[in-house]
Ligand binder design. Structure first.
Ligand SMILES: Nc1ncnc2c1ncn2[C@@H]1O[C@H](COP(=O)(O)OP(=O)(O)OP(=O)(O)O)[C@@H](O)[C@H]1O
Length: 525
């Protein structure tokens, strides 16, 4: 066993799991994993909240100890539930679990991507027990979005959370925003039904912070928030051990006061954070280089983007392909920008393939796009914010904010798609003059002003792209004018965009044919 693998053993990781980790090229642990894995493995009775930078390995920090906890189970019951905000993340987290439970008889399933009735058959089955028919779980670990989970709690006979021991809420700050919390109430009622916590009769459960003790452990700070579950029903006090459901909340932008999440009735919550409370508010990957460029008008924005691409995609050496994600502010902007880039080819030797990635596409279309992006067929993914949370694509070199994100949380998660797992990465934010004040204020509020670098590009820098850009705008006008005669105005944005994407791609293909013939004719003359 190599010394590194030996170090995995020092963190209580069992040989069978070390081998599975080795098979996915993991032989040592990241900072947050070195604290969380042994803590979850050895400690009971504490719920935990983890705030660590994007790409710091939070998924494995809970997946490793939890699978070890249940691997020797005798009866298969749903013991681990992971809730994430998007279907793309469901499939990513399920793959991580699947890779580390190899050669065991543990079963992990995912919800929200296949037809509902198919999922029902994968979750539970009916069997005869004497003259009774009984239901049994077919899964040990489940990964789901909130909505589909609630559907199964309400509609799938035999599906129950009563034996659940571990509830993981990833991207917790987003999932636990007030507007989302109805799913949480249903989940907690279902999970607590067997955890001696009859929520219905204890609806006056509350939490009261006694005090907060802080201790340093290596690079991690641990806040012990001494919270007492208050149940004002006379003579009915819940001890910590009564609640067998351990809750684990994670995010790169986790709230500092987890007891705000009272619905979860956190027990003796411990708050693990990699940034010292007195230090900066949002800890970013240390290998991330952040820049911003001021665009004097919105028309200049595409030219700034082209200059970023020119400075990123080395035109001389096509082997050193770069993986670039470009975030925009809306589905419509994503669609239009991608179309524009399709008409701007071979600018100053700049060659690239761009595609759009948004919630208008189906899950299968998005997965196909991601695999083309992963294997280098696509250079730039133009994305809406569906990509911004948690999506882990190896070796993204650059993240571009075509539109500056409206808040720091979105900024952290967007730029966090690069500089992951300790690798280098760069982010560029295009800020229009009238957005500059808000952008700088947001960065200052998040104590990031010292880490963002202003690139002072001038109008002359954009000269090489002007002709192509104007030609592309002309082609776009042709498309959108033609579309006006095709599409009836519809108030459903996604259908409008869906139908426009189809009509655009047909029109785009025709126009491209025309421009290729023209170019050929010019060439032959
Ligand atoms: N110990 C490790 N050694 C090498 N690579 C690792 C290790 N732990 C995780 N990784 C890799 O690091 C990448 C990021 O991991 P993960 O997605 O869990 O980060 P995260 O902290 O959840 O990020 P985000 O906050 O964006 O969701 C993944 O590709 C994962 O395979």
């Amino acid at each position: 066993m190599t010394t590194e693998e030996d170090s995995l053993k020092n963190y209580g990781i069992e040989p069978w799991l070390i081998k599975n980790l080795h098979d996915i090229s993991i032989s040592s642990l990241f900072t947050v994993q070195k604290e969380i894995i042994p803590f979850i493995s050895k400690t009971e009775g504490h719920d935990i909240c983890v705030c660590a930078p994007t790409g710091s390995g939070k998924t494995l920090s809970y997946a490793i100890p939890l699978v070890q906890k249940i691997v020797n189970r005798v009866i298969r019951r749903l013991k681990i539930l992971v809730v994430v905000p998007t279907h793309d993340l469901v499939s990513q987290v399920e793959k991580t679990f699947k890779s580390i439970i190899k050669h065991t008889d543990l079963v992990v399933e995912y919800l929200g991507i296949r037809p509902f009735h198919i999922e029902q058959k994968l979750l539970v089955r009916q069997y005869q027990f004497g003259d009774h028919s009984k239901m049994e779980s077919l899964v040990d670990i489940l990964v789901s979005t909130p909505g589909r989970l609630v559907d199964h709690i309400n509609e799938t006979k035999g599906f129950t959370l009563e034996f659940l021991n571990y509830l993981v809420i990833d991207e917790a700050d987003r999932l636990l925003r007030q507007s989302f919390q109805d799913w949480l109430e249903i989940l907690m009622d279902s999970a607590n039904s067997n955890n001696n916590m009859d929520i219905e009769n204890n609806n006056n459960l509350g939490t009261n912070i006694n005090n907060i003790t802080v201790k340093e452990q290596g690079n991690i700070q641990i806040q012990e928030i001494n919270v007492k579950l208050i149940d004002s029903t006379p003579g009915n006090h819940l001890s910590q051990s009564q609640c067998k459901l351990v809750k684990i909340l994670l995010s790169a932008t986790m709230t500092y006061n987890p007891t705000k999440i009272s619905l979860l009735q956190l027990h003796a919550p411990l708050f693990f954070t990699t940034s010292k409370i007195k230090e900066i508010k949002y800890k970013m990957p240390e290998t991330l280089k952040e820049s911003y460029i001021i665009s004097s008008t919105s028309e200049q924005r595409p030219l700034v983007l082209l200059n970023i691409l020119k400075n990123t995609i080395s035109t001389d050496d096509s082997t050193s392909k770069k993986k670039i994600i470009c975030f925009t502010k809306s589905l419509e902007t994503t669609h239009r920008l991608n179309l524009l880039l399709k008409f701007i080819q071979n600018v100053d030797g700049l060659k690239f393939v761009s595609e759009e990635y948004s919630s208008v596409q189906s899950q299968s279309e998005r997965s196909a796009l991601l695999s083309r992006f992963r294997n280098g067929e696509i250079d730039i993914l133009i994305c809406s914010d569906i990509m911004s949370r948690g999506m882990d694509i190896q070796d993204i070199d650059v993240v571009i904010n075509y539109n500056a994100p409206p808040n720091i949380t979105l900024y952290v998660h967007r730029v966090g798609r690069t500089a992951r797992a300790g690798k280098d990465g760069s982010s560029y934010t295009i800020v229009e003059k009238q957005e500059l004040k808000h952008y700088l204020f947001t960065m200052k509020k998040a104590e990031r002003s010292h880490s963002i670098h202003k690139l002072k590009w001038k109008f002359e820098d954009y000269k090489p792209y002007e002709v192509q850009y104007k030609n592309a705008l002309y082609q776009m006008r042709l498309i959108f004018n033609k579309r006006k005669t095709i599409d009836e105005p519809s108030n459903d944005t996604s259908t409008t965009i869906q139908s426009s994407m189809e009509s655009d791609s047909r029109l785009y293909e025709n126009l491209l044919e025309v421009s290729k013939k023209k170019a050929k004719a010019n060439f032959n003359c």
